[in-house]
Design a protein around this ligand. Structure first.
Ligand code: G3P
Length: 217
């Protein structure tokens, strides 16, 4: 399973990259605003900066909600760097724009997906990635992981090439459960990746090894 980090924070992206396990980055307008990145030029430059840190795919989201606007913004984003994946919302014009970009060989991530039907449309339109938001479904007492499982089954039934990018991952258990289900990618905060390191028996075992080494040296 690929690990993407879901942030626009350059320090956190560097930390995940330095760990050696990072496969890409996802961002969205909210995450950009959280880092204080505003204004079209600054946002575009920030995407370039992110691409310089990581080697994998970097999702950059359009703001337009009409077809022409999405095409214009998507082309501008795709031209920024070869690693850029155009992120489009799951609305009618987003599906049309997905088909346009996928026909041109430009990678697309269809975002804000909350149902199997939406995921099916994204795959039919040639999306490289589909982003079901599992944490936000959990937030409204709906089983987010069940959606990932259902999309997995449907995609496998027809051998769709679209990769399931489990998004809105919030914690380590989300990561582990996504892996068990067979999600192709997960994107979450740095804490959901770093948290996988932790086990009290690893810490106590290492402390014991070091203490025993000191006794004999
Ligand atoms: O990748 C989608 C993500 O940014 C949404 O996460 O935690 O805001 O639901 P969250």
């Amino acid at each position: 399973m690929k690990f993407f980090i879901d942030t626009a924070n350059l320090d956190q992206i560097k930390e995940a990259q330095d760990l050696g396990v990072l496969d890409g980055v996802t961002t969205n307008p909210s995450l950009m605003a959280k880092e204080g990145i505003t204004g079209a030029e600054n946002i575009l430059q920030h995407y370039r900066d992110i691409c310089e840190i990581v080697e994998g795919d970097v999702s950059a989201e359009v703001i337009a909600t009409d077809y022409e606007g999405m095409i214009q913004q998507g082309e501008e984003l795709a031209a920024l760097h070869p690693q850029i994946v155009v992120k489009l919302p799951m609305i009618s014009d987003g599906v049309k724009a997905c088909k346009y970009f996928s026909d041109k060989g430009i990678k697309v991530n269809v975002t804000l997906v909350f149902s199997v039907g939406q995921a099916l449309l994204a795959a039919k339109a040639g999306a490289t990635y589909v982003s079901p938001f599992l944490g936000r479904l959990d937030d409204i007492s709906t089983d987010g992981l069940n959606l990932i499982q259902e999309i997995r089954n449907v995609y496998d039934n027809y051998s769709f090439g679209t990769q399931i990018l489990s998004a809105s991952v919030r914690n380590t258990m989300h990561v582990i459960n996504c892996a068990k289900i067979g999600s192709d990618v997960m994107t979450g905060p740095l804490s959901s990746i770093i948290g996988l390191l932790k086990h009290p028996l690893t810490e106590s075992g290492l402390a014991q090894f070091l203490a025993d080494y000191k006794k004999g040296n």
